[in-house]
Each structure stands twice: as structure tokens, then as C-alpha cells.
Design a protein. Structure first.
Length: 504
């Protein structure tokens, strides 16, 4: 049911934005106050240092709150029948406007403080590159944010009726948290935690004491075991951090299909997020299986869609993820529901690629690991035999791993046509099975190196305005790859295939 367009009256942001700014700045100042106070104590004594820090903190908080009060006073927005306008600025007034028929995303986010106050940040975007394609209303009340989301994403229901239900498509299963520690985030967070300990200890002038304390704990321990224990400690810290990050990002997760053909993802523990994807802009899905998650039989599901937020901030917020890492069968069933298909294209039987593709991956992997081994061997022959032993150890460990990854990468290769979708799969550390709507393909790129030509292979890429913009079937048989492209989008590739020189 369509609602009438609202009168084009100007509205202000919520005035509690000043309170939010003051509290945020107060938190930042409180974190910086401790090291600053310790530094000033050496010069002026503790009482004087505390007074100076307190005065400075009040000044900073007051200036920030005053500046935000001016921003609030000078910011206004309106939603007209054809455009959304935002005016802001004091000396340099910015007037920005988006055509309503170009708006593709209206996302709501709220950190813990905004949630306690009943506020949200609204991001209205066209899905194009650059910050000029996005209007940010920060903050408005949650009711106002929901009103804007429904109003600006209002579309006539065009989806054909079928067996796939409306409403809830997926909801959080707490057991999915077991996939968080096997992601690549865990070792990264572990390394970050170790670096943070050293950095903070350096700020307070205690780095030497920290190193000395660690040395005392392992004074009687062999160096190898010391390294192993420290690495394990970092990994444990990384696992704890990965679990906490997963809970923060995916708690309260829910995937819904709303009336009018909009998919909505809601998630977040402290910072709540609401992300909307129009089905009219959906061009397929990408089933992503990072190595650790895949070993446990799980995968996550990403949307391949046009017009999804592409500005810098949104790109870092997993805006295209429809389902977090979940059992593969569950990911396939959600993909079928999202695409309104009886059988998911991501589960289609794929055409394997020739054995020549396996040889190429073996050569690449072995070259990648043997090159540094060769360098170490040469340096060992010239400088010290220790490097020769290091080269031997690297070869013993790295070569089997490289061979296993190369064989796994070959087994992952495949392509197929499944109903309205073309499917490509590749990758080993990050395996991707992309099901792209054939109607969304706008061109083909065919690449064939000298080595591929000798092996009878080529790589063929479907270009599209959606998702990553390109989806490639790597190292296919030359004739199979061209036939795959010609059958996927009839008439798009044939004119180029027919231009073979006569008499060749």
C-alpha cells in the first residue's frame, strides 16, 4: 500500500546530539588523562597536574559541545516528492541533494550511547562511489529513522509469488559462534593485542619492566619453548577477541523479507545495525568459505547487488553480508530463499577444469615457497651454515603445505549454468562460489597468456555493475570457457568469436 509523499518541510536533527558529543569527548579525554597526568606530575607535582588536566578536559569538552550545538543549529533536512535535501555548515554552507529515484540504501546504525537515548544515525545512499552519494543524518530518533527508511525505500511489490515465504528468512543460532575462532581475525587480533601491550607500556615508561618480567618468567625455559608459549598466549588472546567481536557484530541477527521486495539485515549487540537491500537490485549471491571455516563445513553468504553502499565507511562494515558463517547446508537454503529459487545455484554441480590447470597451480605454489628457500641457501653457502638449516626447515614445512593448497585450489575450480544464474567457483584460502544472474552480465573479458595458450586454457570474466564487478572462471578449457560464456548470455560474445581471419 503506497503512502502519500510528506510535505517538504524542513526538519532538524535531534538536539540530544550535543549531549552525545559531550559524553563521547569526555570518554576520550578520560582515556588520555591518565598518561597526561603522569607526565605532568613529574614537572608540577600531582595536585597541580590534576587541576591542569581537569581544566583542560572541561575546556575540550565545552568546545566540542559548543561546536556540535552550532552544527545542530545549522543542519536541516527535508524529504520532498522528488529529492532529499540536506543543508549544513556555518561559514561554508553545504547544500546537498539526492534524487529519490536514485536512492538505493537507507541504513540505520546506533552505538550503545545512541541506543540508550533512543537515537540512530541514518545513512541515505545511491550506491555510487564517493561521499557525495551519501547523506548522513546523525542523529535522529529511532521512530524518525524507521519512517525515513520505509518512505525512501518504498517500492511497488514486483516479486512474483512463489513458495518462498515473506518475513523471517534466517535468525541467529548461538552455536554459530564456534566458527569465530577459526577465522583469520583471531591471529590478527592476537598480534594486535601483543603490540598494544608493548605500546601502552612504552607510553607509561614501563616497557623495560614488561620485557624484564617476561624474561624472568622464562629464564629457565629453552628459547624454542618460550617462543611457542608466547605465540600460544597471543593466539588465546586472539580467540577471545574474535569471540567478542563476533558477539558484538552478529548478536540479535535477523534476515527478513519485507513487503515491497526489500531484504533487511538487523544485527549488533552494543552497536545495532539495520541494512536494507532491494530485491530489484539483487543480482545474485556469493557463498564465501574461508579456509578455517570451510574445514568445519561452514560458509557465509554475501549479496551481489547493484547500488549497495560504496562509500568508505560503509565498505568497512560488512554491508553486503546476508548470513554470517553458518553450516553450509543452512547457507545454501538461505541462498535459495533469498533468490526465490527452489534449488540454490550455489549447490549446482560444476564442470571441473582440465588437469593443465592443476599443473599451473602446483608450479605457482612451489615457485612461491622455493624462491625464498633458494635465497636462504645461497646466503648460507656464502655466510653461515645456520641459514642452510633454516632453508632446509622452511622447505620441509612449506613444500607440503604449498602442494596441498595447490591441489585444493584446483579442486575448487568449476563453472556451470543453473537456471537464471551462471556459477563460478575458485580459491583455497578464501573459496568463493558466486551465483550471478545471467541478465546482470554486461560484458565478457577473455584472457589467455602464452602459457595458457600452450596448455589450451583461458580465463573468462563476466563483468557486471553489481558486487565486485567481475566474476571469473579461471583456467577453463578454451572451447568450454567460450561455450560457457556464449550460452550464459546468448548474443553477447558471438560477434567477437565470428571474427576469425579467413584462411587462418
Amino acid at each position: 500500500m503506497s503512502t502519500a509523499a510528506p510535505p517538504a518541510d524542513w526538519h532538524r536533527l535531534d538536539p540530544r546530539t550535543v549531549l552525545v558529543t559531550a559524553l563521547v569527548v569526555a570518554g576520550v579525554v578520560a582515556g588520555a588523562a591518565i598518561p597526561v597526568t603522569l607526565g605532568l606530575t613529574r614537572l608540577f607535582g600531582f595536585p597541580a597536574a590534576v587541576l591542569q588536566v581537569l581544566a583542560g578536559a572541561l575546556l575540550v569538552i565545552g568546545v566540542a559541545a559548543g561546536a556540535d550545538r552550532v552544527r545542530w543549529h545549522r543542519t536541516r533536512y527535508r524529504v520532498g516528492e522528488e529529492r532529499v535535501d540536506l543543508h549544513t555548515g556555518l561559514l561554508l554552507v553545504k547544500r546537498r541533494s539526492l534524487a529519490r529515484d536514485r536512492i538505493r540504501t537507507v541504513d540505520l546504525t546506533a552505538n550503545l550511547m545512541l541506543r540508550l537515548l533512543g537515537l540512530v544515525t541514518v545513512r541515505i545512499g545511491t550506491g555510487e562511489q564517493g561521499s557525495e552519494s551519501t547523506l548522513v543524518l546523525d542523529p535522529v530518533t529511532r521512530a524518525e529513522g524507521e519512517r525515513l527508511r520505509l518512505l525512501l525505500l518504498e517500492r511497488a511489490a514486483t516479486a512474483s509469488p512463489g513458495v518462498h515465504r515473506e518475513g523471517e528468512l534466517a535468525v541467529l543460532d548461538p552455536r554459530w559462534i564456534r566458527y569465530a575462532p577459526v577465522s583469520f581475525v583471531a591471529p590478527m587480533l592476537g598480534g594486535a593485542a601483543a603490540g598494544a601491550v608493548m605500546q601502552v607500556s612504552d607510553w607509561i615508561g614501563a616497557q623495560g619492566q614488561v620485557i624484564e618480567w617476561v624474561g624472568d618468567r622464562f629464564r629457565e625455559t629453552p628459547l624454542l619453548w618460550t617462543i611457542i608459549v608466547l605465540v600460544l598466549a597471543a593466539l588465546v588472546a586472539g580467540v577471545v577477541g574474535a569471540l567478542g567481536l563476533w558477539i558484538e557484530m552478529w548478536w540479535n541477527y535477523r534476515l527478513e523479507r519485507e513487503a515491497g521486495g526489500t531484504l533487511r539485515v538487523r544485527r549488533g549487540l552494543f552497536t545495532s545495525r539495520s541494512i536494507s537491500v532491494e530485491e530489484a537490485r539483487l543480482r545474485g549471491v556469493d557463498l564465501v568459505e574461508p579456509l578455517g571455516v570451510r574445514l568445519l563445513g561452514a560458509a557465509r553468504l554475501d549479496a551481489i547487488t547493484t547500488g549497495l553502499a560504496k562509500d568508505h565507511e560503509a565498505r568497512n562494515a560488512d554491508h553486503n553480508t546476508l548470513l554470517p558463517a553458518a553450516p553450509r547446508t543452512r547457507a545454501d537454503s538461505v541462498a535459495a530463499d533469498v533468490l526465490r529459487e527452489p534449488d540454490t545455484p550455489t549447490g549446482a554441480a560444476l564442470t571441473p577444469h582440465p588437469r593443465a590447470a592443476r599443473g599451473r597451480r602446483l608450479r605457482w605454489s612451489l615457485a612461491a615457497v622455493l624462491a625464498p628457500v633458494l635465497i636462504l641457501t645461497l646466503l648460507g653457502a656464502l655466510l653461515t651454515p645456520v641459514l642452510l638449516w633454516i632453508a632446509l626447515g622452511c622447505a620441509v614445512v612449506a613444500v607440503p603445505v604449498a602442494v596441498a593448497l595447490a591441489l585444493d585450489a584446483y579442486r575448487a575450480l568449476g563453472h556451470a549454468l543453473s537456471g537464471r544464474y551462471l556459477v563460478t567457483r575458485s580459491g583455497t584460502v578464501r573459496r568463493s562460489t558466486a551465483a550471478l544472474e545471467r541478465a546482470g552480465v554486461i560484458g565478457w573479458t577473455v584472457k589467455q597468456s602464452v602459457f595458457q595458450r600452450r596448455a589450451g586454457l583461458l580465463s573468462i570474466t563476466a563483468t557486471t555493475a553489481a558486487g565486485g564487478g567481475a566474476y571469473t572462471a579461471y583456467d577453463t578449457d578454451a572451447s568450454e570457457g567460450l561455450t560457457f560464456a556464449a550460452d550464459a548470455v546468448p548474443g553477447l560474445l558471438e560477434p567477437f568469436l565470428e571474427r576469425s581471419p579467413k584462411g587462418a
